[in-house]
Design a protein around this ligand. Sequence first.
Ligand code: 4NP
Length: 156
Amino acid sequence: MVKKVLFVCLGNICRSPTAEAVFRGKVRALDLQHCIAQDSCGTSRYHVGEPPDNRAMAAARKRGYDMSDLRGRQVSPEDFKQFDYILAMDRSNLSDLRRLAPEPHAHKIELFLKYSSSDEREVPDPYYGGGEGFDHVLDLVEDACEGLLQRLQGDL
Ligand code: 4NP
């Protein structure tokens, strides 16, 4: 069975598409695409259909991740059924998801940084800050993706 991971933030143009692109790169590097799939979405509909933020794409490109094919979408009721892991970037996303989730699927929702080796538990929203915020997002995301992959490889 393919394990499916959904990364969720507010706008789906900064943090969660960054996590999707980084995770996708690591899954491909391990040649695990046949058993691990990933996607991302936002709790809001502010940026539906839009490409990721240019600052997020530039920061990711510097580390070898191309996210130019990704487009914003809003979380849907079907997502709670389809995905095995639903990973929130911050506590606000977490509480929005818990409010929306049908009870049988609520256990799938977690903070993404639960899988991180850092003490931080939220990926800070970089949207209104400077470029360094996007590098910090990538540091946190790369680290948590490693932990998540270890967990998933244990599941396979
Ligand atoms: P994201 O960042 O949730 O990481 O995609 C944001 C993008 C857009 C907005 C807020 C956060 N916004 O308010 O438009």
